[in-house]
Design a protein around this ligand. Structure first.
Ligand SMILES: *[C@@H]1O[C@H](CO)[C@@H](O)[C@H](O)[C@H]1NC(C)=O
Ligand SMILES: *[C@@H]1O[C@H](CO)[C@@H](O)[C@H](O)[C@H]1NC(C)=O
Ligand SMILES: *[C@@H]1O[C@H](CO)[C@@H](O)[C@H](O)[C@H]1NC(C)=O
Ligand SMILES: *[C@@H]1O[C@H](CO)[C@@H](O)[C@H](O)[C@H]1NC(C)=O
Ligand SMILES: *[C@@H]1O[C@H](CO)[C@@H](O)[C@H](O)[C@H]1NC(C)=O
Length: 410
């Protein structure tokens, strides 16, 4: 009778995932901008990088802050000099000092100075390659971070108060409005190129503004924003739990973990009342994506051992990475390859000197999915390129604030 009970209890074996923390993807870059395509970012040593060819490459004088958007690709160095990417390199915009810049508005540049004065430059002046006498407009007020989207700009001041400026257009970046207070306490607010607004508080938690529309730019409220709704984020902690009842078995059952492919696991079992629990706690890494974890329970009965298994497939999200096999070959035609691995699998786009290139009679794009996370794209250009042309392989992925990445292939 007792044994029958034990066998019945086999069906109680369950395996589930509990508790995981979402974290922003760690990695080389500490700041990477949301825009039409990320062209690079800034690492922990305040060095600005672009994807140049097959790797991140440091840009001339180091930038502490980097931005990309309809206004171009801009950065500020540690001396607060401002640079704009043009014709293959960063060119200084003279006569302005900004510690943070943003290119997300309608081709306007906005930024804050070292003393937190707020400046903007209208579309025409930006597009005319800003010079020493560029007509920067100073906005009334002080902010430590200022970011624009398609129809409004958001800022945060030194006290963490959040403000919005409505109806900011390419022609009138400074007027007619003023800053209006919005609820919330943040250390950074960023408007994505689709108008979505994201904030980060002093604890590093990510928030999204709910209800932001063209007719109601301030939206309704902040909501905690999970960037890993369907899987574990690279770098987040994962806990897998397997449990089994011990009621009638003596000696008690054993729980063991295994994985396919095999990775080293450290597990710990404990008895809680009459339930044996084994937790497998670890930090998710991208190499664990699609690994199957198996919990095996073994009951030692009088004359036989009974085992049961339960499986779970781990899904780990990780930022796209351009493979070092990406490159261009230039003969009478130019052929470029770009290979990128990321989960969710990113989309790729080709840009020639900043402009998207599509499939046409003299450009041929082909894509091949090497796996569920690996994408390879090649472009063949039947045209000669000028010395200064740059070929960019642009990664588009949407999990993390709709950001995107770019590789520059010269
Ligand atoms: C920032 O750029 C300016 C102008 O190019 C340069 O003089 C200065 O040395 C740079 N600062 C740093 C820290 O690289
Ligand atoms: C594993 O994580 C779970 C859930 O967070 C926790 O209850 C348990 O104590 C952890 N076990 C170990 C050995 O750290
Ligand atoms: C059951 O498993 C235990 C531990 O692995 C082993 O010592 C024992 O011989 C096994 N019994 C049978 C009947 O296979
Ligand atoms: C590319 O990266 C792989 C592994 O990351 C390395 O083994 C290989 O040598 C690299 N190739 C080049 C050309 O850098
Ligand atoms: C480009 O066009 C060719 C043929 O016209 C097609 O085979 C290929 O899949 C297209 N590439 C993309 C990325 O749509």
């Amino acid at each position: 009778m007792k044994c029958c009970l034990c066998l019945l209890l086999f069906s109680h074996l369950f395996l589930n995932t509990i508790a995981w923390n979402c974290e922003v993807i760690p990695g080389t870059l500490k700041q990477i901008d949301a825009g039409l395509g990320i062209v690079g970012g800034v690492n922990n040593d305040n060095e600005a990088f672009l994807f140049l060819g097959t790797r991140f490459e440091k840009i001339g004088s180091s930038l502490k802050h980097f931005t990309v958007g309809p206004a171009g690709e801009l950065g500020a160095n540690s001396s607060n000099n401002v640079f704009k990417f043009a014709d293959g390199s960063f060119k200084e915009i003279p006569s302005i000092q900004l510690k943070q810049v943003d290119a997300g508005g309608d081709q306007i540049i906005v930024g804050v100075s070292p003393v937190e004065d707020v400046f903007c430059l209208i579309k025409d002046a930006n597009n005319a390659r800003p010079s020493g006498d560029a007509p920067w407009i100073q906005l009334a007020g002080k902010l430590k971070y200022y970011s624009c989207g398609p129809y409004s700009c958001w800022g945060v001041n030194g006290a963490g108060n959040v403000v919005i400026r409505r109806s900011v257009t390419g022609a009138t970046c400074g007027s007619p409005g003023a800053f209006e207070a919005v609820d919330g306490a943040l250390s950074m607010v960023e408007v994505a190129s689709d108008g979505n607004v994201f904030g980060v508080d002093t604890q590093g938690s990510l928030f999204q503004r709910v209800g932001v529309t063209t007719s109601n730019p301030p939206g309704l409220r902040w909501t905690g924003f999970s960037i890993c709704p369907n899987g574990h984020k690279h770098g987040s902690s994962v806990s897998l739990r397997c449990s089994a009842e011990t009621l009638c078995s003596s000696p008690p059952p054993t729980l063991t973990w295994s994985s396919t492919p095999r990775i080293p696991l450290s597990e710990s079992s404990r008895l809680q009342e009459l339930i044996l629990i084994s937790d497998l706690n670890f930090t998710a890494t991208h190499s664990q994506h699609r690994v199957t974890f198996t919990c095996t329970i073994t009951y030692q009965l009088q004359d036989e051992n009974k085992t049961a298994h339960n499986n779970i497939d781990l899904h780990v999200q990780y930022a796209p990475k351009i493979s070092n096999s990406s490159s261009c070959i230039r003969t009478d035609v130019t052929v470029c390859f770009c290979e990128v691995d990321g989960n969710p699998s990113p989309e790729l786009e080709w840009h020639l000197s900043g402009r998207p290139v599509t499939n046409s009679s003299n450009t041929f794009v082909s894509e091949e999915r090497l796996s569920s996370t690996d994408l390879r794209s090649s472009i063949t250009l039947h045209q000669s390129l000028t010395h200064t042309s740059t070929m960019q392989c642009v990664i588009l992925f949407s999990v993390l604030i709709g950001v995107a990445g770019v590789a520059l292939v010269r």
